[in-house]
Design a protein around this ligand. Structure first.
Ligand SMILES: Cc1cc2nc3c(=O)[nH]c(=O)nc-3n(C[C@H](O)[C@H](O)[C@H](O)COP(=O)(O)O)c2cc1C
Length: 354
């Protein structure tokens, strides 16, 4: 294939390079994958409304997330097992994100501890994603390690009290590769297929919104709640101390039949009303998708699979190229929409397709 010029090209390249079982793990979703497909389709159900003769001689994609300046309103979502995509693993994606000037969120299902990632890529803008285990002492240590090692936010994933039904993995028998370290879990995941079931046993399923206050007190950095899909939960997240909310359905991998994240975003943004920063992930493949999310109330978005496709296709260079392509697409979308900055994108720039 000639030089990849968009995210879809990277997807095709990555598929050629990945072992089929792992590929199914990456691109698959829960159940009938209705939500997985809808995340992408929702962007096609919205049309952009560009404004003409606006001064776009000096457009910038720069913005801030929780007070940190970033080069664009797009960050890298936490995804597991990055070392399976490429031997360079998590540090490669963190380096790629640092080179482009955006946030890299390290997953709890990484092969490195927060301290190791910080030592390997000290100049990264890093967040840490937490799966809150039943072992509270372990959780406390992990959260402390992240805060002490320059992670600027803690992202609590709340949509995985059990693993979603990933039927592709059941069929392929995809399991954890032998010897892959999982140092951010209190006990090993069982390697046989459907290792997600073990993850479901490790996370604390008794958690309620009140426990957020314990975490808030333990955690010296801003707290972001990932996996909110309703105005009701957005209100509770704000009331219990969240500084940020990620509208997310885990990339269609958890409860099948929930709304596309772009459809859930307006109700969350309305209820939050500026009390916390609102982000979105799920289905972002183009700069114009980012513009639509900004118009409907997101401060920034995150990408999961696109970064993994870049990593699988070309290690750190591939991941960096994907982020650069998206950054350039966001810039051009702003220029053509008549917006000098991400903050200038407002609800008037988008409408539903009839
Ligand atoms: C292969 C894969 C692994 C993931 N692992 C995690 C994880 O460890 N923790 C987490 O909070 N979310 C995880 N997610 C969800 C992502 O953070 C994100 O919500 C989702 O990928 C966004 O959708 P997109 O892939 O369409 O961009 C994972 C997603 C994928 C595709």
């Amino acid at each position: 294939m000639s030089e990849p010029i968009n995210v879809a090209d990277f997807e095709r390249l990555a598929e050629e390079r990945c072992e089929p079982g792992y590929w199914g793990y990456v691109v698959g979703g829960a159940g009938d994958e209705v939500t997985l497909r809808d995340n992408v389709a929702a962007f096609r159900r919205r049309l952009l409304r560009p404004r003409m003769l606006v001064d776009v001689s000096n457009v910038s994609t720069r913005t801030t997330v929780l007070g940190t300046e970033v080069a664009m309103p797009l960050m890298v979502a936490p995804t597991s097992l990055q070392r399976v995509a490429h031997a360079e693993g998590e540090p490669a994606v963190a380096r790629a994100s640092a080179a482009v000037g955006t946030v890299y969120c390290l997953s709890s299902l990484a092969s490195v501890r927060p301290g190791e990632l910080a030592a390997a890529v000290p100049d990264s803008l890093r967040w840490f994603q937490l799966y809150w285990s039943r072992d509270r002492g372990f959780t406390r240590e992990l959260v402390r390690e992240a805060a002490e090692n320059g992670f600027r936010a803690l992202v609590l994933t709340v949509d995985l009290p059990a693993a979603g039904p990933r039927e592709r993995d059941l069929r392929s028998g995809f399991g954890l590769p032998e010897g892959l370290p999982m140092p951010n879990l209190p006990r090993p995941l069982v390697g046989a297929h459907s290792f997600h079931d073990t993850l479901g046993e490790i996370v604390d399923t008794s958690l309620t919104w009140r426990d957020l206050e314990w975490l808030r007190a333990e955690c010296a950095v801003p707290l972001v709640v990932k996996g909110v899909l309703t105005g009701e939960d957005a209100a509770l997240a704000c009331e219990h101390g969240a500084d940020g909310i990620i509208v997310s359905n885990h990339g269609g991998r958890q409860l099948d039949g929930v709304p596309a994240t772009l459809d859930a975003l307006p109700e969350v943004a309305e209820v939050v009303a500026g009390r916390a920063e609102v982000y979105l992930d799920g289905g972002i493949r183009r700069g114009t998708d980012v513009a639509k999310a900004l118009a409907l109330g997101a401060r920034a978005v995150l990408v999961g699979r696109p970064a993994l496709w870049g990593l699988a296709a070309g290690g750190e260079t591939g991941a960096r190229r994907v982020l650069e392509l998206l950054r350039d697409e966001i810039r051009l979308a702003l220029v053509l929409l008549g917006c000098a900055t991400p903050d200038d994108v407002d609800p008037g720039h988008v409408r539903v397709r009839e």
